[in-house]
Design a protein around this ligand. Structure first.
Ligand code: FAQ
Length: 311
């Protein structure tokens, strides 16, 4: 009966075991998982654009090869995550449609422009750093296919983070102009990186439910604090300043205090009105329609093979 199924589901969650695609799950759980995985997949796909902007202008063959590999990894993560969403009954064509018509979200962070090559380094350091902080606990998320996808994705994100930090270290050892470019990029990306963790706990409609279902293992504010604590010593080692005069070690809390995030800006960017939202979505829509012939050719080929197999 429905009650037995529900009891079994609750037991699996309580025992820290995984929910698998064929298991019964409450509709709310399924919808939350589809929402989060789709948003995550869309973020990886849209997230190729800011850095992709610099592939043709990378300063050396080595930097170009690294950047190409990183952006390709992001495409891979996106496709991997769309597959995880499909295990819940979502349709990939429909998800893409929802992305390009603005009905599904992607991370606010990818709506900011990349103005210099230092931005490539800062995205690796701060954006991938924040992504790792958020995603390592998701390796223990209760939905099996998502948790397993996170293991591989986190390994690749760690490499991405290191390449960003190494790029910045190189620039910081360069000319005064290079150091200025790094500082300017840090000034622009620091606050948006903190926004990646989502609204403060008090304004986060999904956290309580997702924590109870063990989809999320920590709240948005807990992970944001962890990221700040981890990043401050890295900024010191790098020799850059984080643009927050209130950033200060608090010995009583055993954490860094930091200033108030501009939540009005966050809301603006999430609701579609950030610096690059229109450009990002338009680019995705354009490449989707330019790729139609590939999808049609693949479908025609599959149909032909099916026919041949039947004959
Ligand atoms: N941007 O109730 P909550 C990457 C939405 S990393 C836009 O707290 P939840 C790697 C939220 O969806 C970036 N929307 O929601 C990379 C919800 O929407 P609703 C992707 C945001 O889900 C690096 C509403 O606000 N990572 O791609 C944002 O419990 C470099 C209320 O919020 C993930 O997606 C935001 N920042 O917690 C690629 C990680 N924050 O209900 C390229 C997985 C919140 O209105 C280059 N996701 N919203 O539809 C998660 O961990 C969670 O979904 C959170 C939000 C923590 C993001």
């Amino acid at each position: 009966s429905e009650e037995d199924l529900e009891r079994h589901f609750e037991q699996v969650i309580a025992r820290d075991q995984r929910i698998e695609p064929r298991d019964w799950m409450p509709e709310g759980y399924r919808n939350t998982m589809i929402r989060q995985i789709a948003q995550h997949a869309h973020s990886e796909i849209i997230g190729m654009q800011p850095e992709g902007n610099w592939i043709t202008r990378a300063p050396s063959l080595r930097r170009k090869a690294i950047l190409l590999a990183k952006v390709q990894d992001e495409a891979g993560h996106g496709l991997y995550l769309y597959s995880a969403a499909e295990t819940l009954g979502a349709d990939r064509t429909d998800l893409t449609e929802r992305l390009i018509t603005g009905r599904q979200k992607y991370s606010s962070i990818f709506n900011y422009p990349t103005l210099s090559f230092a931005d490539v380094g800062v995205i690796g350091w701060l954006v991938d750093g924040a992504a790792i902080c958020n995603q390592v606990p998701l390796c223990r998320s209760s939905y099996g296919p998502y948790a397993r996808a996170m293991i591989r994705i986190c390994k690749e994100e760690s490499f991405h983070q290191r390449q960003g930090y190494e790029l910045l270290m190189t620039m910081m050892k360069g000319t005064a102009e290079q150091r200025e470019l790094v500082q300017d990029a840090v000034n622009r990306w620091w606050w948006p990186s903190l926004m990646m963790f989502g609204p403060p706990d008090a304004d986060s409609p999904n956290t309580a439910r997702s924590m109870a279902w063990k989809i999320k293992r920590h709240t948005n504010d807990e992970l944001r604090q962890r990221f700040v604590d981890m990043t401050v010593p890295q900024a010191e080692a790098l020799g850059v300043e984080l643009p927050d005069p209130e950033l200060k070690w608090n010995p009583d809390r055993g954490h860094y205090d930091f200033g108030e995030i501009d939540w009005a800006e966050f809301k603006r960017v999430v609701s579609g009105d950030g610096p690059c939202n229109a450009e990002r979505v338009a680019h995705r829509a354009r490449t989707h329609s330019e790729g139609a012939w590939v999808r049609e050719a693949a479908a025609a080929h599959a149909a032909k093979q099916r026919k041949e197999a039947e004959a």
